[in-house]
Design a protein around this ligand. Structure first.
Ligand SMILES: [Zn+2]
Length: 311
């Protein structure tokens, strides 16, 4: 059984005593055009010429936790979250790469027909481009924030970024939760990279041992303006507070561009992990250090944005 609980409804339920409070629920290299998203999200940079090539971009799907797999490509992540009541895809890739995700789901032994939700970290083509097809083919429900629905539905600045626009579906707001089978996700709106970046946290299990995974939905600094940079800094500061929660630190960093969270490097360490070794994705101190680096990079950007604005 699936249950999507908008924060407002949850607050009303809590007020009515119906729902227990609390609910159920590297190097970031953000300025490197290969490691981050292409400059201005475009394809003109020769370094990123192979971004759309499904062969060059192909990655064998791999298991990260008992309930989480990587089914993305080299430059954009896509995660498969397995629950007792169906599958959730986090981001959807785009163009020919959608087949890589679908093939990956099958290779891992799951049926794409069991996809119940596709949750989109933000409305740029590389994350949202596959949603219409997944809605169509499998009846998966698509969720993103109101601002990024608007972004995804708007004609793009560059025709290269055109996508099949999904049917307007779930609008996710800050504080909402989604429960599917044994899994609950909690959502945070963390703007900056776009106006409606969606971040999410959910439990992952390593041989049954639970960890708190967090996906910051908009790491890249390829956006403009003092206001947006301040929003980004506020978002990072907020995640830093969440990460440091007493007794419940965020200990797993999942990035929506693999290189921003050293996903493949950790994946290789995981593949050669010996019995009793720590899980390479479980790293609460590393997460705090990573967030501090994001903050420093954004503070540098803010100086430049202020100069540009004549402040
Ligand atoms: Zn983006």
């Amino acid at each position: 059984m699936a249950r999507f609980v908008p924060a407002l409804a949850a607050a009303l339920l809590i007020a009515a005593g119906v729902l227990a409070c609390g609910g159920e629920t590297s190097s970031p290299a953000a300025d490197d055009p290969v490691d981050a998203e292409p400059a201005s999200n475009g394809h003109s940079d020769p370094q990123v010429a192979d971004l759309n090539d499904p062969v060059a971009q192909r990655v064998e799907p791999f298991r990260i936790f008992d309930n989480l797999y990587y089914v993305g490509i080299r430059w954009v992540s896509c995660y498969l979250l397995v629950t007792t009541d169906g599958l959730i895809l986090i981001d959807s890739l785009y163009g020919d790469h959608i087949d890589t995700a679908i093939d990956g789901i099958r290779t891992l032994g799951y049926d794409p027909a069991d996809l119940k939700y596709v949750l989109v970290s933000h409305g740029h083509f590389d994350h949202v481009g596959g949603t219409a097809r997944l809605q169509d083919a499998y009846g998966a429900r698509v969720g993103m924030t109101a601002a990024d629905w608007e972004l995804a539905e708007r004609p793009p600045d560059n025709p290269d970024w055109e996508i099949d626009v999904p049917v307007h579906d779930m609008v996710i707001a800050d504080g909402d939760t989604l429960e599917l089978g044994d899994t609950e996700l909690r959502f945070y709106v963390t703007p900056g990279h776009t106006e409606g970046v969606l971040s999410m946290e959910f439990p992952v299990r390593d041989d049954g041992e639970e960890h708190r995974a967090f996906l910051f939905g908009g790491v890249g600094l390829n956006f403009e303006g003092v206001h947006r940079t301040n929003l980004y800094l506020d978002s990072v500061a907020r995640i830093r507070r969440l990460a440091a929660e007493e007794g419940n630190p965020i200990d797993v960093n999942l990035s929506n561009h693999a290189s921003m969270g050293r996903i493949f490097e950790r994946g290789e360490q995981l593949a050669s992990r010996a019995e009793g070794d720590p899980h390479p994705f479980v790293d609460p101190e590393g997460y705090v250090a990573w967030l501090a680096e994001l903050q420093r990079n954004a503070e540098k950007k803010l100086v430049g944005e202020r100069e540009l604005a004549g402040e």
